[in-house]
Design a protein around this ligand. Structure first.
Ligand SMILES: [Zn+2]
Length: 510
């Protein structure tokens, strides 16, 4: 991993003057950040018309924080999927797309949960032993305050692969919030259109009308952008297709600015209320980035390709069709309540499942909730209760395709009173290979036994049909069973039944 030094690019620390009750992100561009914006601007012309170029995928790690005792989590996984869906829609025209690098990470720590961006909680994550050093960490906590201020999100980026991170407040984790596209905009070197006024919204009494101050109140290194565009290259956000804005959206009650602020020339300001990087928060989700903003984020990504994972292509297949349940079937009454494999069929292209099991058909409480890779899970000894009706809900997705709320499918079943002794889990050292296997290749089942025993071996289809079986006297030490030549493609299970219990492995034929 090439390291490009420790140039802090986006220290979002609010100043003492930042005393507003509501700020969108508390971001104020410092000198280094603006230097980076201007450096990217020198390179961005090649991206102005990049619509034919290939999509570039940016890896994200979603870290959901919760209280130390696990009683409260900052958000639900489905909200993160919806938020990522919105993010990818918002950057689609830039040919930049984001994906889940390796599932979700969970952190249980009261301080981190309260505010991942403050104090010791920051150090908690800036850790050289972090599991995923080459993706952008998205930390989700109850708050996202900057020290001394408040906000909905924080963007801290460094040209250092172990310190790329963004904090988002739990209230912003949804499809309908524009905070996530906004924060990733900062991450990729975008300023606010009202750069220089970040912590000081225009106020006629304080700044004059027409504006009479000579430099921006939050950062006197930034010249005041004029409405006529004559200094747009060197003032405001340094971009010319985002009109002058003196932080006019801050608290403005709708998406149509009529406040009458005038620039030093006496020209009325006409800010772009619908720009993602602005502070107009009442625009009915009709937000966008400008052409120059998209060119700039692409220029920034040219640099970041050195530090973000580029040796891995995400599973970005479209998801088509519908999912369905395999076992238990919908409405099935089981004779037992534990020790069985629950499985389902994912729609084409889906590789992950957000699984919920509840006694409540509205899923108001859940007995089990987790992201499962693939399409099956083991219902162990104590997960469910005997003699209860259960509802199961599955939301399919993959690393990249997460706009899948409408593909969620549900089922229900009723448990019986008995323990499934036939299916007691057998602690066995065994392997099934190759797996996945091609349909014309035989499968080897190797079992390393700690004691001799008789075993019933079955190859079972998704629908529960036994395809092949054998009864073997297994010896202590290694044993082998060859099975399954000329299977049609699909999912199977290899099951070993002994007096000691049952072991099951999934086999994929492709
Ligand atoms: Zn911001």
């Amino acid at each position: 991993m090439k390291k490009i030094g420790l140039i802090a690019i986006c220290l979002a620390f609010a100043t003492q003057s930042f005393a507003q009750t509501r700020g969108e992100c508390g971001f104020i561009a410092d000198e280094a950040f603006m230097a980076r914006t201007l450096a990217n601007k020198k390179e961005y012309h090649k991206h102005i018309n990049n619509r034919d170029s290939e999509v570039r995928y940016v890896p994200l790690n979603f870290i959901i924080t919760g209280k130390t005792d696990g009683s409260v989590m900052a958000t639900k996984e489905e909200n993160v999927l919806d938020m990522l869906c919105r993010l990818n829609e918002s950057y689609a025209e830039a040919n930049i797309q984001f994906y889940i690098y390796d599932g979700f990470e969970y952190v249980y720590n009261d301080n981190t949960y309260e505010d991942p961006g403050v104090g010791g909680a920051v150090d908690f994550f800036i850790n050289p032993k972090r599991a995923w050093p080459d993706a952008v960490d998205i930390l989700i906590g109850k708050n996202a305050a900057t020290p001394g201020g408040s906000g909905l999100g924080i963007t801290l980026g460094h040209y250092n692969p172990s310190k790329d991170w963004v904090v988002i407040k739990s209230s912003e984790i949804s499809y309908s919030s524009e905070t996530f596209p906004h924060e990733l905009g900062h991450y990729l070197s975008l300023n606010h259109p009202h750069n220089g006024w970040d912590a000081d919204p225009w106020d006629a009494d304080e700044h004059g009308n027409p504006v009479s101050i000579s430099s921006s109140p939050s950062n006197n290194a930034v010249p005041i952008e004029l409405v006529d565009g004559s200094n747009c290259e060197t003032a405001g956000d340094f971009l010319c297709d985002t009109p002058a804005d003196y932080n006019l959206g801050f608290g403005w009650p709708n998406c149509n600015y009529t406040g009458g602020a005038m620039d030093p020339n006496g020209d009325l300001l006409a800010p772009d209320e619908n720009n993602y990087m602005g502070y107009f928060l009442e625009c009915a989700n009709d937000y966008y980035f400008s052409t120059e903003q998209f060119a700039l984020v692409n220029a920034d990504l040219d640099l970041r390709e050195n530090v973000l994972a580029t040796d891995w292509t995400p599973i970005a297949t479209e998801i088509t069709g519908e999912g369905s349940f395999g076992f238990p079937e919908s409405g099935e009454v089981l004779p037992y309540f534990n020790n069985f494999e629950m499985y389902w069929n994912l729609p084409e292209g889906a590789t992950r499942s957000l699984v919920e099991i509840s006694q409540n058909f509205l899923f108001l409480t859940t007995e089990f909730k987790a992201v499962v890779n693939g399409n099956s899970m083991w219902i162990g000894q104590d997960l469910l209760l005997p003699n209860k009706a259960y509802y199961v809900r599955i939301r399919p997705f993959n690393d990249y395709v997460t706009c899948t709320n409408s593909l969620t499918f549900t089922s229900n079943f009723t448990t019986g009173v008995g323990t499934n002794t036939d299916n007691r889990t057998l602690d066995l050292d065994w392997s099934v290979y190759p797996n996945p296997v091609s349909s014309n290749t035989a499968v080897q089942v190797d079992m390393n036994m700690s004691a001799a025993m008789t075993a019933q071996l079955d190859l079972v289809s998704m629908s529960g049909q036994v395809i092949e079986s054998a009864q073997l006297d297994l010896q202590m030490g290694s044993n082998n069973w060859t099975v399954g030549q000329n299977l049609s493609t699909g999912v199977y299970f290899v099951r070993i039944n002994t007096a000691e219990g049952t072991a099951v492995k999934k086999l994929i034929v492709q």
